[in-house]
Design a protein around this ligand. Sequence first.
Ligand SMILES: Cc1ncc(COP(=O)(O)O)c(C=O)c1O
Length: 389
Amino acid sequence: MSSKHIETQAIRTQIERSQYLEHSSPLYLTSSYVFEDAEDMRASFADEKQRNIYSRYSNPNTSEFVEKVCQMEGAERGYAFASGMSAVFSTFAALLNSEDHIVSCRSIFGSTQTLFNNILPKWNIATSYFKMDELDTIESLIQPNTRVIYAESPTNPAVDILDLQRLGDIAKKHGLIFIIDNCFATPYLQQPIKFGADLIIHSATKLMDGQGRVLGGVVVGSSNFIQKIYLFSRNTGPALSPFNAWVLSKSLETLAVRVDRHCDSALKVATFLESHKNVNVVKYPFLKSHPQYELAKQQMKLGGNVVAFEIKGGIEAGRTFLNAIKLLSLSANLGDTRTIVTHPASTTHAKIPEDVRLETGITSGLIRISVGLEHPEDIINDLKQALEN
Ligand SMILES: Cc1ncc(COP(=O)(O)O)c(C=O)c1O
């Protein structure tokens, strides 16, 4: 029996039971599968049969994970990858030809920027960028060879919100593939296919795993695009391991309850920060003061688990604040049970020229908090003592 509820889809989507009638899906650690006879083998390789051949192509655990994400995102088909970045790279490598062109939001994950700026140009694939608050410039960037519009919302690390419906309409009008990295929101908070997205990419490493254990990625969307991505990946080998797929599929069963709690605590943290004298600005999509609050409310069920704020005193104040943190973690990940605090200007984005940094909202005093599942009082107390240090 199918359900329209994500919570049920994430729990009740399950591969067929084995002869042992296990309740919870077992782990299929196998690299290959056997055939009945020569004809079965021939027909399987000729794609006349839908069955597992080799775990680089498919595996019961990866199929279960992908099917769950498809149901939750409302997508036709998908493929799972070893990391979020292998999902991003394989999508572009599979769908684009040399001399093609991408139009992308400037505020995207650092490695995706490196892919667009340093790697895809090897195949003469160029990218033009629009600022997150200048969507009216997008159409002027579109060229005859443009194939894709790409964006993230909320953005990393400044948690700005992009109007997905508007992007979807522009993509449709110009016949472009509309791709959204939905990793900050998860399908529980936002389903970009409803706004016209053709493909959704996730770093499953973040809230999908949610416990800081495994790397993973997934792309879901229209069958015709996924078939190309599948054929590219089946031959080039970025597949997710069955073990990580098993972990991620189990994690999805608790995604809704975890994300509810993450968002509840994030709003409490954002509200606390907004009232603190050593804080200039707080950015959280579900704070009334967020510049795109109304849009966030329309597109997202809740505000997500990332809060950005600007500490008074710039880079030096940011460093002092990080050094005073006691309970929370200084780490590069996000979407973990453990709250993580980062200062992008002195760490992840230190090599980016200041003018480019500022264009994407990364001011010198910007601190990003990935709010975890510790008691919110403990998270707030640690932030408070570090701010007052
Ligand atoms: C928005 C976004 N997309 C993609 C990635 C890359 O994912 P992974 O680290 O799983 O390769 C990240 C990682 O932080 C991210 O934040």
